[in-house]
Write a protein that binds this ligand. Structure first.
Ligand SMILES: [Zn+2]
Length: 274
């Protein structure tokens, strides 16, 4: 193989399960290895064998700790992957909390499923991975700073750019040496922003890349381009509408950091007497 080859194993025709496989003359790597989330059909994809050989993957580069990008890493390790997982310092820390939590969820869900299956005389299933697999996976993390090159394979290096999306989140720039001429540069945007985050500077990225692989979770939706102040105003209106008369406000906020942003906004509204 002279030309590198890129295969999309997730987050294509769906928005979860991000996983890109890059094959080069010196081996193959993954960028992200996420869990499929959403409908029953999508979740079932987590139980199928990987469409590649995990033991042949030399390394993983992880963009951020959200489970739709990192959640199948313990399964990858369970099935034979033993290379390094490169991630930023904060992503490494966050994965240390989120992957064991995800394993715990798999174990609980399977236990409930099997209890129901036993009552109906149906076969049982095993969890996609367990807490032990998550612990083994965490041992493979190699924590990297932003803005500095890290050697991944001979002739392949990578660099993390702040994606302003989640603590530690990054876009991944990959540079591949070519037999002749300039190296090939690919940018995996991963999840970016949104703007006006409370806890991160705005996203950054390199220019002049040869290929841009762009995540488009909200690609078909118009978002309100709201500053932090405007967002708090909108939240305040909802809270007041619910309080009047003695209503209940139910806020589904499940993604890591979205809940923290919300609590921070509510705290600010309370502190300011609103
Ligand atoms: Zn994300």
């Amino acid at each position: 193989m002279t030309h590198p080859r890129l295969t999309f194993h997730g987050a294509a025709r769906s928005v979860t399960g991000s996983c890109f496989r890059l094959e080069t003359d010196h081996g193959e790597i993954l960028i992200d290895c996420g869990l499929f989330q959403g409908s029953k059909t999508e979740k079932e994809l987590n139980y199928r064998p990987f469409p590649f050989a995990p033991e042949k993957i030399a390394a993983v580069i992880l963009s951020h700790a959200h489970i739709d990008h990192a959640g199948l890493l313990p399964k990858l390790v369970k099935h034979g992957f033993s290379g390094p997982i490169h991630a930023t310092h904060a992503t490494t820390d966050l994965a240390g909390v989120m992957l064991p939590d995800s394993a715990h969820i798999q174990e609980i869900e399977v236990e409930q499923f099997n209890r129901r299956a036993a009552r109906r005389d149906r076969g049982s299933v095993t969890p996609i991975y367990t807490s032990a697999d998550a612990a083994a996976c965490l041992d493979l993390f190699r924590s990297q700073p932003y803005d500095s090159w890290c050697d991944v394979l001979p002739g392949l290096r990578a660099r993390f750019w702040n994606a302003g999306h989640l603590l530690g989140s990054a876009s991944v720039e990959v540079e591949l040496a070519q037999a002749e001429g300039d190296p090939l540069r690919i940018l995996f945007s991963a999840d970016i922003g949104p703007d006006y985050k409370l806890m991160h500077p705005d996203p950054e990225g390199p220019s002049g890349v040869d290929y841009l692989i762009c995540e488009a979770t909200y690609g078909d939706r118009d978002r309100i381009d709201a500053t932090a102040d405007r967002r708090r105003e909108l939240l305040c209106d909802e809270v007041r509408a619910a309080m009047h008369p003695h209503g209940t406000l139910l806020i589904p906020s499940f993604a890591v950091e979205r809940a923290q942003d919300l609590i921070s906004d509510l705290g600010r509204l309370i502190a300011e007497g609103d």
